[in-house]
Design a protein around this ligand. Structure first.
Ligand code: 48F
Length: 260
């Protein structure tokens, strides 16, 4: 291989980036599923949807996906996952250590990286630096999201947003349940009560997650910690089995809906 890099003009770099971005944006203005939040539950859901041929995008406001995984427990870089949810991590090729009684440990940095890779390889597209600030609400149904650049929001600039149409929106925004809260707050006549999460009780929190993973309003599903936050469920700390199962469940529910 020749050691000398090809000559490139600045203008060519700009054109290449703008062309690819424009092509991508034009293709995602209308999708089957928008997942808001690139944490463990959202990334898991996106993989299982994408591998079935569903057109799915994940919108994450930060520049990196992974949400609350990276730092493990209080910065110690490991997370725990219980049977049978460890099978989901195997689908993402994550290495697991069995520490007994059905509990497994995984390196949090590896989990975050491999969830992202698994989702992308399955065909999901992850857009980072994009914040969902509202939903499109028509005839009593959520049918898309209202988006802005997170840096614009952070700078407090008064710049109008853009939109993406979707058959289904998934609130995977974690403890904040930000999409559900926005819907409830802005549309009082819907009488959506979002109680927020309760204090920590790992077992109860984990067990209620699957029950709370559901369509809470036509077109709007909740999964992950947002599912517990929308139902007053307990938080659970650095145990993630429920997050992965919840992501898989929401994917299966939407796959069923899309068949109809
Ligand atoms: O918080 P997060 O990791 O959600 P999760 O999938 O997992 C929860 C666990 O990480 C942990 C836990 C385990 O016991 O409780 O906390 O439920 O990821 C949510 C992601 O959503 C992004 C946020 O930056 C984070 O990466 N997010 C939140 N609101 C918005 C958003 C928004 N309005 N637009 C775009 N992204």
């Amino acid at each position: 291989m020749e050691n000398k890099l090809k000559k490139v003009e600045e203008r060519e770099i700009t054109i290449a980036i703008l062309n690819s971005s424009f092509k991508m944006w034009m293709d995602i203005l209308d999708v089957d599923v928008v997942i808001v939040g690139g944490g463990p539950s959202g990334l898991t859901a996106s993989k299982y949807l994408a591998e079935k041929g569903v057109k799915v995008i994940v919108l994450e406001r930060h520049l990196s996906f992974g949400g609350g995984i990276w730092g493990g427990g209080m910065g110690f870089p490991y997370i725990t996952v219980q049977e049978p949810a460890h099978e989901i991590l195997k689908d993402f090729n994550v290495k697991l250590e069995n520490v007994g009684k059905g509990l497994y440990v995984a390196n949090s940095v590896e989990v975050a990286a491999k969830l992202g890779c698994g989702a992308i390889d399955a065909g999901a597209r992850i857009l980072t630096g994009i914040v969902v600030e509202d939903v499109i609400l028509k005839e009593n149904r959520v049918c898309g999201v209202v988006i802005n650049s997170y840096s614009i929001e952070k700078a407090g600039l008064h710049i109008d947003p853009l939109t993406i149409d979707a058959k289904y929106v998934v609130d995977a925004t974690g403890h904040e349940a930000s999409v559900s809260n926005i819907l409830a707050m802005k549309n009082k006549e819907l009488k959506l009560e979002i109680p927020g999460e309760r204090s920590l009780w790992a077992e109860k929190g984990e067990n209620s997650l699957l029950r709370n993973t559901r369509e809470i309003f036509p077109g709007l599903y909740v999964c992950g910690m947002a599912a517990n936050a929308t139902h007053g469920g307990y938080r659970m700390g650095a145990v993630f089995g429920g997050m992965f199962l919840s992501g898989k469940k929401v994917a299966n529910l939407i796959l069923e809906d899309l068949k109809e």
